[in-house]
Design a protein around this ligand. Sequence first.
Ligand SMILES: *Cc1c(COP(=O)(O)O)cnc(C)c1O
Length: 476
Amino acid sequence: MVNGWAYSQGTLHCDGFSLERLRMCLRQKYGYLASPAFVYSLGMLRHNVRDYKDTLGPRGVLSYSLKANSNPGLLVALRDAGVTMATTVSGNEVLMALHAGFLPRQVILNGNGKRRWEVELAVRHEVLLNVDSVFDAQLLVDVVREVGVRARALVRLNPVLDAHTHPYLATALRDSKFGVEERQLLQVLKVLGGSGASGHVDLDECVAVHKYVSVEGVHVHVGSAITQIQVYVKMMQAASLVLKQIQEYGWKAATIINLGGGLNVFYDLPTSPASTMPPPATMERQSKSKETAANSAVSSPVTADTSSSGYTPQELIEKVLPYLPEGATLVLEPGRSLVASAGVVMTEVLGVKTNGGKEYVVVDAAMTEVIRPALYHAHHPITYVTPPAHQPLVEVDVVGPVCESSDFLARRCLLQRPPAGPGVALVVWRTGAYCSSMASNYNLRPHALEVMVHGPESYKVLRRPQEFQDLLREIA
Ligand SMILES: *Cc1c(COP(=O)(O)O)cnc(C)c1O
């Protein structure tokens, strides 16, 4: 049995479970709500965790970034596989991490716009907070004074580093909305030390009032889908300097360097025996897609590529560990690279049509499940669950039923033309991250079913599909 994804006897299998068989099981259980469906591989998930854990060693901590996919079933699986911390970006994500069994002290709350209730929640539970600005530091101190519990914090630095990714995924450009710029660092430390933002306080006095906040280190996160490893070395160097400053400012026990997430997906698709070209039934035409993006009225032709590019976790860790200062602890908080390759969206072909010479394959999944192509021009390869025999390769757009022209899953990709008739299924690859968690009810579409395969004979429903009644429930 192969852990993860593999074609066997002409059909895609997940951890040894045939996806055709899975489709049948789901259809019996949920009827028309069985498609589209998110399918996750437990084997792949474990494999991805192991990739980090094996090289991280005793000086490193692995924290999963919930926003990539916050399904509690998936969180439990990640925790069981060895993820020890959870990085969150909202109060509800903190609650979800706790719900999934992470201990409060294993949770990090990040955010450039935390609300008072979120900071209170974090302080009461002794969650580690990433302080993002002078006003965020002031809010934290105010809450600590009120609640009477000393807070644990990291300072999020904006190191001003270009992550060389899609502009929407870059978070540390000079004028980014995230983090503290270097010239404001001292001010933030003063506030956290207990003196007002503007009032002059000498260092001795500051040390005396460090009772409100224990600053435990520094946090940097420069973006997502990063393909250049050198960026991490620069992050480590910038963070090390700030850690030293924090220690000199009085928090002598500060030891954490949190380098955020951002590693791209590095997983190659399984090859199918029926395919005529690698990878199986689809070939991304990257240069062409870029051309298309540039020709359309979209402002940025830069894509957030989810094809296998960049580095493995081992390469990343081996590269940065030598730069970790003596006595410091490294925290990595990947989202995408842990879960993207573990998930696919399984979808049925509704029909084929041509307009103006362009051929469309219309499927039942849409931007409501996979918004990344519309949002970042991300590439998600698409292949058949069971590649059809004798169908010609054609250039098509794979689109969903949502009433928006931005509702496409892949543009100008090479796919075998679907055979006539119902019931042909495709999978959209690397959709385990930032798909379910970015899903919407636009067009009153229900949130799709999510299942995790545990082995050749078992799978578990992680989320039943929404029904119309669910959509009505919250309406007053
Ligand atoms: C989103 C985010 C991450 C995870 O980023 P990936 O690109 O999914 O690895 C890590 N840390 C913080 C603070 C984030 O906001």
